[in-house]
Design a protein around this ligand. Structure first.
Ligand code: MHO
Length: 210
């Protein structure tokens, strides 16, 4: 089976609306990888990459200054929790190591008092005190979207998949915010999609080299 425009548009229409999802922001090195990894998770509906953690106004990839590459996930709290995401984040990096390069540092951002509460409990349970870990724990300030060529990078690097969105007339913003694109970006990055996901049945279980 191939990906048709109808299939993509329908998948996106049936996904939980933005008002039904919560947003979490993390930094785990070059943002291309984790955007794909987290986009493949069941309950993660939308993803995007950007810059945060610094003070410079309107940073860009080539003028980042004190900002860090970050990725955002809009998740359906009925399916996956912020605590589940924290588990994944801490399985995906070594909290006792930190990059010297601000661009690629590991940061967990809390965006709301609710997230902060869950985060503090998580850190206490794991005995990840300030002294024990190098990962930066911060309140989310301004988030700046990254350039379009950084969004869904794995997907955009796979002509076979990217073409399907072009045929369906997705513009840059639609591609960035597309739930189908989040999943297919995960697939393109080599991650397994949830078994009962409609797109998994089309693209198959694994992806590399196909
Ligand atoms: N320029 C590096 C890292 C990109 S990442 C968005 C590369 O091509 O792998 O920082």
């Amino acid at each position: 089976m191939t990906l048709t425009p109808t299939m993509l548009r329908e998948y996106d229409r049936e996904a939980p609306a933005p008002r039904e999802t919560e947003t979490a922001t993390f930094a785990l090195g070059c943002f291309w990888g984790p955007e794909a990894q987290f986009g493949a998770l069941e309950g993660v509906v939308r993803t995007r990459v950007g810059y945060a953690g610094g003070t410079k106004r309107n940073p860009t990839y080539h003028a980042l200054e004190d900002h860090t590459e970050v990725f955002q996930v809009d998740f359906d709290p009925a399916v996956i929790s912020y605590a589940d995401l924290l588990e994944q984040v801490f399985q995906s990096h070594n909290p006792r190591h930190q990059s010297r390069n601000t661009q690629y540092q590991n940061i967990v951002f809390a965006a709301t008092p609710g997230q902060r509460e869950v985060l503090d409990q998580f850190l206490a349970d794991k005995e990840y005190s300030d002294d024990a870990i190098e990962t930066r724990i911060e309140q989310l300030g301004e988030f700046y979207l990254a350039e379009e060529y950084h969004q869904k990078h794995s997907l955009q690097s796979r002509p076979g998949l990217a073409d399907a969105f072009e045929t369906a007339d997705y513009n840059n913003a639609e591609l960035r915010e597309s739930p189908a694109a989040a999943k297919l970006n995960g697939h393109a990055g080599g991650h397994t999609l949830p078994e009962d996901d409609d797109l998994a049945t089309i693209v198959g279980g694994t992806s590399r080299g196909r």
